[in-house]
Design a protein around this ligand. Structure first.
Ligand SMILES: *[C@@H]1O[C@H](CO)[C@@H](O)[C@H](O)[C@H]1NC(C)=O
Ligand SMILES: *[C@@H]1O[C@H](CO)[C@@H](O)[C@H](O)[C@H]1NC(C)=O
Ligand SMILES: [Mn+2]
Length: 388
């Protein structure tokens, strides 16, 4: 206990402006027995409710300040993207990162299904970078800020360089437009990847079909970002949507365009026909052994399980079904992921949506810890080392 305190004092004395969250690396949800002496009264460890609210009580690192990020390297980082001004339905997802962190406070311990304790794994340092600074007045500027936040956070030298030099990021949205910035960044680090897109909507609408009729500015939104990602060459034509059920704007045009963007579709009701293993199998078959980015729009869940979102569509999957499907994707090379469209103001007193979103986050982190992935930088470095 004492050594942790001293270490944190040394670390916070590095001349970095600003303030420091309490160290939480020794986090454990268990209560410790204490003796009567003042010396032994524990005010550092042993509570899931202490300190300020990071994802799963992970340590906070300001990944955007060089002096701080360079002294506290990480392999996987949580990054909040508080942005919701490109939505077609209810706003409110700018508070998603905060909500998901609140829902994550009791995460941790040994997973009863896998036997793993992901926050105490044997190689990866996982941290919470806090939120990117995003203006709420201009979407173009905000996306440029988010592009940069992703590029900077993923450019840091990783903690365990024997595994990879490139940290991976789990983003907490934000409306779904925020995924575009993540994909621009992953393209630089890993190249074009397959996208596994959990959503009730296809989100590949052409900007001139959805919003672009009004202005170019309006054409960049949470229903067109996957089309833009395709046009920018960021994603492979081995991508797949899962959980689709929302209406289309044009039956033939939308589906043809969706295929052109590289997507195949698993609908919400396919689950009734092929079962969970069938869905998992279809996703795995589609992406093959390519590198994947997993994007989870919380509206893939039925509104009964995730009322707190902007464009709810009845008839979706349950939380348990979604978790089983994501956990079934073990073995895939996940280079990044996100959970988006969580708008906590519509949640209920039981916090149904933010608890589900946090649990999905844990499953995504588990996929990332389970399978390390070599980045372009890693391959270049290996090449340099092997050539005389
Ligand atoms: C780095 O990862 C390797 C491979 O998983 C592991 O053996 C090693 O203990 C890790 N190093 C640290 C400092 O965690
Ligand atoms: C997918 O892309 C590859 C090259 O990246 C190309 O060879 C293939 O024809 C494409 N498939 C479809 C269906 O567009
Ligand atoms: Mn979406």
């Amino acid at each position: 206990m004492k050594s942790t305190l001293i270490l944190s004092l040394i670390m916070s004395g590095g001349g970095v402006a600003g303030w420091e969250f309490p160290p939480k690396t020794d986090y454990t949800p268990h209560q410790h027995p204490m003796s009567d002496g003042e010396e032994d009264v524990d005010i550092i460890t042993g509570s899931q409710f202490r300190g300020l609210t990071t994802f799963g009580n992970l340590p906070y690192v300001n990944c955007f300040i060089d002096a701080e990020a360079e002294t506290k390297p990480y392999d996987i980082a949580i990054l909040g993207a508080p942005f919701d001004t490109s939505v077609t339905g209810r706003p409110g997802a700018r508070f998603g990162p905060h909500g998901i962190r609140v829902g994550s406070q009791r995460l941790g311990g040994v997973d009863i299904f896998s036997g793993e304790d992901i926050f105490h794994n044997d190689w990866a340092t996982i941290v919470d970078c806090g939120d990117a600074t995003l203006t709420w007045l201009d979407n173009n500027v905000a996306l440029r800020q988010l592009d940069k936040a992703h590029k900077v956070a993923s450019s840091r030298r990783a903690s365990n360089t024997t595994v990879s030099h490139t940290p991976r990021i789990l983003t907490l949205g934000g409306d779904h437009t925020t995924t575009l910035s993540a994909l621009r960044s992953t393209f630089e680090r890993w190249g074009a990847v397959s996208v596994i897109h959990f959503d009730s909507h296809i989100d590949t609408w052409r900007p001139d079909v959805l919003g672009g009729g009004i202005s170019d500015y309006a054409g960049v939104n949470h229903g067109t970002f996957l089309h833009i990602a395709h046009e920018e060459g960021l994603i492979r034509n081995t991508s797949i949507h899962a959980g689709i059920r929302a209406p289309l704007l044009h039956l033939k045009g939308d589906l043809k365009n969706d295929k052109k963007c590289g997507f195949d579709i698993v609908t919400a009701r396919d689950l009734d026909k092929v079962g969970l293993d069938g869905i998992i199998g279809a996703i795995k078959k589609r992406v093959g052994d390519s590198m994947v980015y997993i994007s989870v729009d919380i509206d893939v869940l039925d509104p009964a399980f995730a009322p707190a979102t902007g464009t709810s569509e009845p008839g979706g999957w349950s939380t348990r079904e979604l978790l089983t499907i994501i956990d079934g994707l073990r073995g895939l090379k996940v280079i990044g992921a996100d959970i988006v469209e969580v708008a906590p103001v519509y949640d209920n007193p039981g916090e149904t949506t933010i608890l589900a979103a946090a649990q999905v986050g844990l499953s995504l982190l588990t996929l990332m810890v389970d399978v390390p992935v070599k980045s372009i930088a890693d391959r270049q470095m290996e090449k340099k080392l092997s050539s005389p």
